[in-house]
Design a protein. Structure first.
Length: 262
């Protein structure tokens, strides 16, 4: 019954406008009442739910915030939001790796169309420019994402669109992962806040330019690209995704970025 209601355009919890409440609204009140956020984040009980990775993930995605190739068809979509720790403190330097189907419902397994990763800034904010993904058999519309705070486990999950008829028949659909979506000119805008199961706290901005070239022994503050090799703690590691290193992202702690070599 819940999924049927969501497919008709309802979501729980809701604000007065009928949209899912964001995590950053946890401290806001209406007539003295604290609004229940989606996902709930004022006491650390309910981080963003995880979901299966699916068969279409590829490592080594490009570092970029715009996933749309030139001339690609589809309704333009901008997704923005914040990443919080379970204590609702914004997290900087979080790796967000997005991938999705194109307008026809197909995933690019030969290249990196509609794939890319980015890092949250000092305020924990992110912005993704893409298109509304197409449909394919068995699934409702969704966007895949992996989120990893420095030195913490990877959260793999999916984001969903409210009002989709297939929400009620997709076995993976979770209303806690609904985005706020609204029209914006000829496209759409969406918002979603991630809550990771980590203690929040300030961190360095990973976009600061490095001062030394990569290679050799792993060092914080350097820019690494996919294929770079480093040593750390007496072991060799291969870089899987381009990033700027920072304390807490030592190779043994971030398998999404580094693979140990024999």
């Amino acid at each position: 019954m819940l999924r049927a209601a969501l497919a008709a355009g309802s979501a729980v919890p809701l604000i007065a406008t009928g949209a899912p409440v964001l995590a950053r609204d946890a401290a806001r009140t209406s007539a003295g009442r604290t609004l229940p956020p989606t996902p709930f984040c004022d006491d650390g009980d309910d981080p963003t739910p995880d979901q299966m990775e699916g068969p279409y993930f590829k490592p080594n995605s490009p570092l970029r915030t715009d996933l749309v190739p030139a001339g690609a068809p589809g309704t333009r979509l901008t997704v923005s939001g914040y990443v919080f720790g379970r204590n609702c403190v914004p997290l900087s330097g979080v790796l967000l790796d997005f991938w999705q189907a194109d307008d026809a419902g197909a995933y690019d397994m030969a290249g990196y169309r509609f794939r890319g990763h980015q890092f949250t800034g000092a305020t924990g904010a992110f912005t993704l420019r893409t298109i509304v993904p197409g449909l394919y058999p068995g699934r409702t519309r969704h966007i895949h994402v992996k989120a990893q705070a420095p030195g913490e486990p990877v959260l793999t999950t999916q984001l969903y669109f409210p009002g989709e008829p297939r929400n009620s028949t997709d076995a993976l659909f979770d209303p806690a992962l609904l985005m706020n979506v609204r029209g914006a000119g000829g496209g759409k805008e969406a918002t979603f806040d991630f809550v990771l199961d980590v203690d929040g706290g300030p961190g360095p901005d990973p976009t600061d330019p490095p001062t030394e070239p990569p290679g050799g022994t792993w060092t914080a503050g350097r820019s690494y690209t996919a294929g770079d090799r480093v040593t750390y703690g007496g072991s060799a590691y291969l870089c899987l995704q381009a990033h700027t290193s920072m304390t807490g992202w030592e190779p043994p702690h971030v398998p999404a970025l580094w693979r140990r070599e024999p």
